[in-house]
Design a protein around this ligand. Structure first.
Ligand code: NG1
Length: 536
């Protein structure tokens, strides 16, 4: 059979359900039973992408993150472990919407011609999936697309999303001076564990940490990782909870980072215990939220992505200062409009660091963070990381220290570049980073929470007839369309103290999201309701 015939035959085996599909913030994400044909077609695109990029390995991750178990999703990872280049999202959308198997082959060939891709060149795709049962069928469709296009492929089976990103970068940098680590899941654990020991420097973690894994892939992977920590060097007491991956129906159910962030409370199971340090990962372990019930004040305290971001920026900023590199390296923080105004104020006024606001979706934040030598980026929902430029990494490794304090700062910074996942937000790596910082500062969660006080805020989801009529400007902080809508929002905002509010169409759901913050909780609620009324 010719390549074309193979592509057509494979497509017939994995038919597409006709409807309009769009490669969005999280790739293609929807009910799993719509995804088999989509995944086959994504496989074709991944093969093209590898051939376009000199046969470098491309990643495909099958996950629907914090969505319920019946959903699934598929997204492409570029050679450095970052998200698919934006320009190619259009090509993914075009391929997936091909009306027939024959049209699919035609579009595939047309893309190859337009993009000057040599279809005879070698290609490589590596892939993984979360614990959803539907993942198995989707992986089969993906593998069939890779076979039909004569693409070498490696199935890493069940992984967290950040592990797949790690493996893509490790594969492409293997044997080069920029090697990112051993090309295996164990290599990922070894790299993190070794960097954790180096950054802890014998400091102690005084209390147990309870980690809620949303009954997702993070549970077994975290347990596996913990086996690699030499407990004699860094005693780290972790209680892994909500780690049942055998009952798919409990995935992300009343647990996980998204539950804690949106409900602003601890998962009901296990029963919350005042004074216990806790954190939650999401279903594919790329988001992280800390929290505890303060036994002194009897208040639930949540430490979200904004808190992790300001904690990391403060710690790394101080280290860069002690390393004598403050004038050489540009440190900056990247947030979205959802960042609490108090965190932005703290970072700009107290830490004296620049903050840039981007549209929602980590690909935007990641891109802007790459413009700094140390770019800290987190979405408020707990998804983010810290990126170090080559100049920064070289400075940490090559600067000759003039004092023991400077040496210590340089060593810690160098170890942080290994501890922090440089490809994408990674809940396990971020959790280790938080633990390191708290141990160095000798802080508990109360000390951390006291750095600033969050402005009361409210996020509302609003059903609308057609979300596409809403268009935004100014990093999604203002509506440009429909005309007049923003002026009405501005009128409402003016009526409240210290208030801010915006509305935007969700990129992952068919709904509008309205965010409001104000001086008091009741005012934030009231403002959110009024703005929701304007857009509904
Ligand atoms: P949308 O649905 O576009 O608001 C949500 C999150 C994003 C991002 C994406 C991808 C909020 C308010 N929005 O996007 O931050 O994480 O999902 O998962 O949390």
């Amino acid at each position: 059979m010719s390549h074309n015939e193979q592509i057509i035959a494979g497509s017939a085996k994995h038919p597409i359900v006709p409807q309009h599909y769009r490669y969005g913030t999280a790739g293609f994400r929807m009910k799993a039973d719509l995804l088999e044909g989509v995944t086959y077609r994504v496989g074709l695109l991944a093969a093209l992408r590898s051939r376009k990029l000199n046969s470098q390995a491309i990643g495909v991750m099958i996950t629907a993150s914090h969505n319920p178990a019946i959903d699934n999703g598929v997204k492409i990872v570029d050679p450095m472990g970052d998200m698919l280049e934006q320009e190619w999202e259009r090509y993914a959308t075009a391929l997936v919407n091909a009306p027939s198997d024959k049209d699919l082959a035609k579009i595939y060939n047309a893309l190859a011609t337009d993009l000057k891709i040599d279809l005879e060149a070698p290609a490589k795709v590596i892939y993984g999936r979360d614990t959803r049962p539907s993942g198995h069928t989707l992986v089969t469709a993906l593998a069939d697309a890779l076979d039909a296009t004569n693409t070498e492929h490696v199935d890493y089976k069940i992984l967290t999303t950040p592990q797949l990103h790690y493996l893509v970068r490790a594969t492409n940098s293997e044997g080069t001076p920029a090697s990112y680590g051993e090309v295996s899941e164990v290599g990922y654990y070894k790299k993190l564990a070794e960097a954790f020991v180096r950054t802890m420097k014998g400091k102690r973690i005084p209390q147990v940490l309870q980690v809620d894994c949303a009954n997702g892939v993070g549970g077994p992977k975290l347990k596996e990782f913990l086996k690699h920590i030499p407990q004699d060097k860094v005693p780290f007491a972790v209680q892994v909870v909500n780690d049942d991956v055998l009952r798919p129906e409990v995935l992300n159910l009343d647990s996980g980072a998204d539950y804690v962030k949106t409900k602003q409370r601890a998962p009901p199971i296990p029963k919350p215990q005042p004074g216990l340090r806790c954190c939650s990962l999401d279903g594919d372990a790329d988001r992280l939220i800390y929290y505890w019930h303060d036994p002194e004040t009897n208040v639930f305290v949540m430490l979200d992505g904004d808190r992790i971001s300001s904690l990391a920026a403060s710690f790394i900023g101080d280290l860069v200062e002690s390393a004598g590199l403050r004038d050489e390296l540009r440190i900056g923080v990247v947030q979205t409009a959802y960042a609490n105004g108090a965190s932005t104020h703290y970072i700009t006024q107290h830490l004296k660091l620049p903050v840039i606001c981007t549209p929602t979706g980590v690909k935007h934040l990641h891109h802007v963070a790459q413009g700094f030598d140390v770019g800290v980026y987190f979405e408020a929902n707990g998804h983010g990381t810290v990126l170090f430029s080559l100049d920064a990494i070289n400075a940490f490794k090559k600067t000759t220290p003039q004092s023991p304090a400077q040496k210590e700062a340089l060593d810690t910074l160098a170890a942080l570049t290994d501890l922090i996942n440089q490809t994408v937000g990674d809940a396990i790596s971020d959790m280790l980073l938080v633990e390191v910082i708290l141990a160095h500062k000798n802080w508990n969660l109360r000390d951390w929470a006291l750095t600033y006080q969050d402005l009361p805020n409210r996020l509302v989801r609003v059903e609308v007839a057609n979300k596409d009529v809403f268009r935004t400007t100014d990093a999604e902080r203002r509506l440009s369309h429909p005309e007049g809508c923003q002026a009405e929002i501005d009128q409402e905002v003016k009526k409240f103290k210290d208030a801010r509010s915006f509305a935007r169409a969700s990129g992952t759901e068919n709904a509008m999201r309205v965010y409001a913050e104000a001086a008091t909780r009741s005012e934030a609620n009231e403002l959110a309701e009024r703005v929701a009324g304007i857009v509904s």
